[in-house]
Unconditional design. Structure first.
Length: 512
């Protein structure tokens, strides 16, 4: 009986292989590391692997460079730069500079400038030609797991001349999933699917300045695009529970006041903010949850992003999703043995710099001995409005909830009162949250020109356990905006010395 069974299985094996193995047109190749996704996390992972002499391939379904290059960081900051110039020209008389005539914005020229900057970044750092010189192969197509170290890639024949349909790729050491995120489809807004709305993926294709813009959402993307379009000439109405909802509430309020002075209308509406939407002749009408109605030409929806996790056969190999809808990982970024995930696809903090950091750590943990932690606690962030709003670590409320009201101190200074703020007529605020005992920095928020640069100093201090009072001993140039950090720290440092006044006097008296 056993012999007959073995004979039957040997006859069946060729048929099973024929049914489960891709067609003979498929090719097969083995790399030390495979990376799914060509955005910040994927590119950094691949470059790390290549640096250490490993063979690596990136599988990308759309365009190398990801959101950051094509529809995120680069185009948005380019658009903001053009908008800032337009605003500066309009406000030139405040500084004694007279400009005759009205400011005219040529949106087609703005768009071309944005595209030029995108092309430069892509050609300098993200293109397959650049990656090839580094020893990295680029494969366009959709990837699906056959097992934890084997991928079937359906080639994109539009990009691969003579594409043969599919190929099998093997990873000797492991796979990094870095598929990023996409705009969240807000199905909770009735009627949204009946109008032609845009997200950050389409806004940079505008060739005219829209007259009336309704923007739903008060997060970083919504705030940046609202100010940019307003300064370029649009009449913008924002609908949101509040601006920058994850940060210190007074900074969201301060930004709101700046926006209102620039002519941006803000409707604070709770829950999903918009109760219903209907199409009108050439536009839309939105009814907010507070009863107000907004009519506009273009609706921009910025209500968050969702991880890209479908179509890869993740569940079939045992990969689970977390509460955020991203790929579940441990502190070392491992999802299952041999498969790691990095960046926005994990559903965590969604920043290009964090994605790049995690991409490098994921590749490092796969290819080198031991492990580095990849889940970072204090991730700095910057909203590139004017002024910028940057933050790192805990808010005051979060710190007090974690440590108790009496264990937390706060230092605040108005940027407008600093000498540099007076010279340039710029306002803002710096807030440092620190531990009363030991002066450990717990978090910070900065609203100021150059806030994104200044927050790095706080990040370094937190990483190296430099206490807040010791920032007073770090020399800062005057009159830089960052000089305010030294001034704030000096007050804490002097306060510490005053508490020790009697002891210090005694020690001095005995000759120490």
């Amino acid at each position: 009986m056993m012999l007959a069974t073995l004979l039957f299985l040997s006859l069946l094996a060729p048929l099973v292989r024929a049914l489960t193995t891709p067609s003979s047109s498929s090719s097969s190749k083995t790399y030390d590391l495979l990376v799914i996704g060509g955005g910040s996390a994927g590119l950094t992972a691949a470059k790390f692997a290549a640096t250490f002499g490993n063979s690596v391939a990136i599988i990308e379904k759309a365009r190398m460079g990801g959101d950051c290059t094509w529809t995120g960081c680069i185009p948005s900051k380019s658009l903001l730069a053009s908008a800032k110039v337009a605003h500066a020209v309009r406000k030139a008389s405040d500084y004694g500079v007279l400009v005759e005539g009205d400011v005219t914005v040529d949106m087609k020229m703005v768009r071309e400038r944005v595209r030029k900057n995108i092309d430069q970044v892509y050609n300098d750092a993200d293109s397959p030609d650049v990656l090839k010189k580094l020893g990295i192969d680029t494969i366009y197509g959709g990837a699906k797991f056959l097992d934890s170290k084997t991928l079937e890639v359906s080639s994109d024949t539009r990009r691969v001349e003579g594409g043969n349909g599919s190929q099998i790729l093997h990873a000797k050491y492991g796979v990094v999933i870095a598929t990023g995120a996409k705009p969240k489809k807000n199905t909770s807004i009735p009627g949204l699917d009946t109008i032609n709305y845009i997200t950050y993926e389409e806004v940079f294709d505008l060739d005219e300045v829209p007259d009336l813009v309704t923007l739903v959402g008060g997060g970083p993307i919504g705030c940046e695009i609202s100010q940019a379009l307003s300064r370029l000439g649009s009449t913008v109405t924002m609908i949101a529970p509040r601006l920058l909802p994850k940060g210190e509430p007074e900074f969201g309020e301060a930004l709101s006041n700046i926006f209102k002075k620039e002519g941006i209308n803000i409707i604070y509406s709770k829950l999903c903010s918009v109760e219903s939407i209907s199409g009108t002749d050439g536009g839309h009408s939105a009814t907010c949850t507070n009863g107000e109605t907004v009519n506009g030409d273009i609706m921009f929806v910025a209500t968050g992003r969702q991880a890209v996790v479908s179509g890869m056969g993740l569940s079939e190999i045992g990969i689970e999703l977390n509460e955020s809808g991203g790929i579940s990982i441990n502190d070392n970024l491992e999802s299952i043995k041999g498969v790691y995930a990095a960046g926005d696809c994990t559903g965590g903090e969604q920043y290009t710099h964090y994605a790049g950091y995690q991409g490098a750590v994921a590749a490092r943990n796969i290819l080198l001995p031991f492990n580095d932690p990849g889940v970072y606690v204090n991730v700095p962030s910057t909203v590139f409005t004017d002024p910028e709003v940057a933050s790192v670590g805990m808010t005051e409320e979060a710190a007090k909830q974690a440590l108790g009201e009496d264990a937390v101190e706060v230092a605040v200074i108005d940027v407008g009162d600093s000498d540099r703020g007076v010279c340039e007529d710029k306002g803002g605020q710096i807030k440092i949250v620190y531990q009363k005992k030991g002066y450990k920095i717990l978090g910070a928020t900065i609203m100021s020109p150059g806030a994104g640069e200044m927050i790095a100093e706080i990040s370094v201090a937190m990483k190296t356990n430099l206490s807040f009072d010791m920032l007073a001993t770090v020399m800062h140039t005057y009159p830089s905006y960052s000089f305010a950090l030294q001034s704030m720290a000096a007050e804490v440092y002097y306060g510490k010395l005053l508490k020790l006044k009697s002891i210090l006097k005694f020690l001095k008296k005995i000759g120490l």
